[in-house]
Write a protein that binds this ligand. Structure first.
Ligand SMILES: Cc1cc2nc3c(=O)[nH]c(=O)nc-3n(C[C@H](O)[C@H](O)[C@H](O)COP(=O)(O)OP(=O)(O)OC[C@H]3O[C@@H](n4cnc5c(N)ncnc54)[C@H](O)[C@@H]3O)c2cc1C
Length: 462
C-alpha cells in the first residue's frame, strides 16, 4: 500500500491545466497532492481566455459550456447568477443560454471554479509553482519534473497541458495577435496586414476597429476561407449516420450532401456540423494516416471555416468591412515579414503569380493560429527519452483517447497524460472546451485508480 498520498503534477495552468486540476479534485476519492506548474500569474485563462477585450467573444453558446464534465450547463448557471442577483429576471436565463459571452468572462468562471474546488477539498495539498517545466525524468517508479533554476517537483503522475507553449512574441517577424500595444497605435495606422483568415484574424480586426483604426486591413490567406457564421438561434445537433469511409474525399462528399439535404428540409447546415462533432474523433482515428495527411493538406481550411464559426453579430461586422472595402481578402502566401522603419514590409506571393510582390503596411499581425511546439525543451526531452512519441503528423503527442501518453514503442507511459490541443494529431476534435473537459475527466478517472485502495467510495462532490 502507498505510504504517502499520490502527487499529481499538472504542467500548464491555462484552460486545460485548470480543467484537469478540477477533474482530479472532483474524481479523486482520497487525499492527494496537486501541483500546477505555470509561469504566468493567472490560472485558467491561457491564450484563449486571457483577452480582456469585450468583443472577443466565445464561439460556443453559453448553454454548451462547462468546466465540469458532470455538470452540463454550469457556465450558464454561473453567468446567470452574476447578472440576476436573485431577481429571477424573466427570460434572462433563456436569453443567456443562446448568447456568445466575452471570453474574459469564461476565464473568470474557470478561475473561480478552480479555487472553489480547492477550498472544498481541505484534504488536498495544493500548490502552484510559477515556473516553466524544462524536463521530466523517471525516478524510483515515479517522475521528477525539472523547472528553471534547478528546482524540481517529484510526483507520481503528470498531466501535460502545455498546448500552445509559453507565450512570447511571434517568430514570423509580424506582431503577435494578443501582444499589448501602445493604445494609440491602431488609431495612427493607415494600413494593416493580417496574415491568416481564421478566428484570430477576426479578433485582431475587431480590436483594431475598436481602438480607432480607420484604414484598410488586408487579409492574406492561401485558401481565402473566412469563418462562417453560427446559425442565428441555437440549433439542435443534427445527428446523422454518415457512411463511414476510409477515404477523405468520400467523407467530404457525404458531408456536403448531408448539409444540402438538411438545408432543403429547413435545418441549418450548422446543425449537421454540430451533429458530426460527437463522432469526429472516431472518424479521424479510422482514417489511414495518408488520408489524414490528405485532409490536412487540402481540406483543413475549408473544414475549419465551417467548424470554427463566428457569432452572427461578429460575422456581420466582418462582412460589412469587406463590403465597404475597409477590409480586402488577398489570396496568397506570405514569404517573409520584416520591420521597415516605423512599419512592416511583407513579401507576398499572390495566387497564380510567378514572382512575389512587396507590400508595405503600418502594422502586420501573425494570425496564422496557435500550434503546439514539439521543439520546446519539455516535449523534445520527453520524446528523446522515449516517454512520449509524436503523432504521425507531428501536431502533438501520440495518446490514447483519455490522453494517456504513448511511449517510443507504442506502449502507454504509466501515469503520464497529455490533455487538450497536444492530442490533435491523434484525435483531431480535441481543441475546444467540451472535448477538453471530457478528456480531462477521463484522465482524472484513470489517475484516480492509481490511488491507494478506497476507504470511502464514490465521487467527491463539490
Ligand atoms: C484565441 C482562441 C479562442 C478560442 N475560443 C474558443 C471558444 O470560444 N470556445 C471553445 O470551445 N474553444 C475555444 N478555443 C479553443 C480552446 O479553448 C483552447 O484550445 C484551450 O483554451 C487550450 O487551452 P490550453 O490550456 O490547453 O492551452 P494554452 O491556452 O496555450 O495554455 C497553456 C498554458 O501552459 C503554459 N505552459 C506552456 N508550456 C509550459 C511549460 N513548459 N511549463 C509550464 N507551463 C507551460 C502556458 O504558459 C499556458 O498558460 C479558443 C482557442 C484560441 C487560441
Amino acid at each position: 500500500m502507498r505510504a504517502a498520498p499520490l502527487t499529481v503534477g499538472v504542467i500548464g495552468g491555462g484552460f486545460t491545466g485548470a480543467a484537469s486540476a478540477i477533474a482530479c479534485l472532483a474524481r479523486f476519492p482520497q487525499p492527494f497532492r496537486l501541483v500546477i506548474i505555470e509561469p504566468s500569474a493567472v490560472l485558467g485563462r491561457g491564450v484563449a481566455y486571457g483577452s480582456h477585450h469585450p468583443l472577443h467573444l466565445l464561439n460556443v453558446r453559453t448553454r454548451d459550456l462547462s468546466v465540469r464534465a458532470d455538470r452540463p450547463g454550469d457556465f450558464l448557471n454561473w453567468a446567470f447568477r452574476q447578472l440576476d442577483q436573485g431577481e429571477n429576471h424573466d427570460g434572462l436565463h433563456e436569453a443567456l443560454a443562446h448568447t456568445f459571452l466575452p471570453r474574459q468572462l469564461f476565464g473568470e468562471y474557470v478561475r473561480q471554479r478552480l479555487f472553489e474546488m480547492i477550498e472544498q477539498r481541505p484534504d488536498v495539498e495544493f500548490s502552484v509553482k510559477r515556473a516553466v517545466a524544462r524536463a521530466i525524468h523517471t525516478e524510483r517508479g515515479g517522475y521528477v519534473i525539472e523547472l528553471e533554476r534547478g528546482r524540481t517537483v517529484p510526483c507520481d503522475a503528470v498531466i501535460v497541458a502545455t498546448a500552445y507553449g509559453v507565450q512570447g512574441g511571434s517568430s514570423s517577424g509580424a506582431l503577435s495577435p494578443y501582444e499589448a500595444l501602445p493604445p494609440d497605435l491602431f488609431a495612427r495606422a493607415q494600413s494593416i496586414a493580417l496574415i491568416g483568415s481564421g478566428l484570430t484574424m477576426v479578433d485582431v480586426l475587431i480590436s483594431a476597429r475598436r481602438e480607432g483604426f480607420q484604414g484598410t486591413a488586408t487579409i492574406v490567406s492561401r485558401r481565402g476561407q473566412l469563418p462562417r457564421p453560427h446559425a442565428p438561434k441555437g440549433v439542435v445537433p443534427h445527428l446523422l449516420a454518415l457512411p463511414r469511409s476510409k477515404h477523405v474525399s468520400m467523407l467530404e462528399a457525404s458531408l456536403r450532401i448531408a448539409c444540402e439535404l438538411a438545408e432543403e428540409g429547413g435545418t441549418p447546415w450548422q446543425a449537421v456540423i454540430n451533429g458530426l462533432r460527437a463522432s469526429l474523433q472516431d472518424i479521424w482515428q479510422e482514417l489511414p494516416v495518408a488520408e489524414q495527411a490528405r485532409f490536412l493538406r487540402h481540406l483543413r481550411p475549408f473544414f475549419d471555416a465551417h467548424r470554427h464559426r463566428l457569432p452572427a453579430e461578429i460575422h456581420a461586422r466582418l462582412m460589412n468591412d469587406l463590403d465597404k472595402g475597409r477590409a480586402v481578402l488577398l489570396r496568397g502566401s506570405v514569404m517573409g515579414v520584416e520591420r521597415a522603419g516605423e512599419g512592416f514590409r511583407l513579401e507576398v506571393m499572390k495566387r497564380g503569380a510567378a514572382t512575389p510582390e512587396i507590400m508595405e503596411v503600418d502594422l502586420a499581425f501573425d494570425c496564422s493560429g496557435f500550434k503546439p511546439d514539439l521543439d520546446q525543451p519539455l516535449l523534445r526531452g520527453m520524446i528523446e527519452k522515449g516517454l512520449a512519441r509524436p503523432d504521425p503528423h507531428r501536431l502533438g503527442l501520440a495518446v490514447e483517447a483519455n490522453g494517456q501518453v504513448l511511449g517510443r514503442g507504442g506502449e502507454a507511459t504509466r501515469g503520464v497524460f497529455a490533455v487538450g490541443p497536444l492530442c490533435q494529431g491523434t484525435l483531431w476534435e480535441i481543441t475546444a472546451v467540451p472535448e477538453i473537459v471530457r478528456q480531462a475527466d477521463a484522465a482524472a478517472l484513470s489517475l484516480a485508480a492509481l490511488q491507494e485502495p478506497v476507504r470511502k467510495s464514490g465521487t467527491v462532490s463539490a
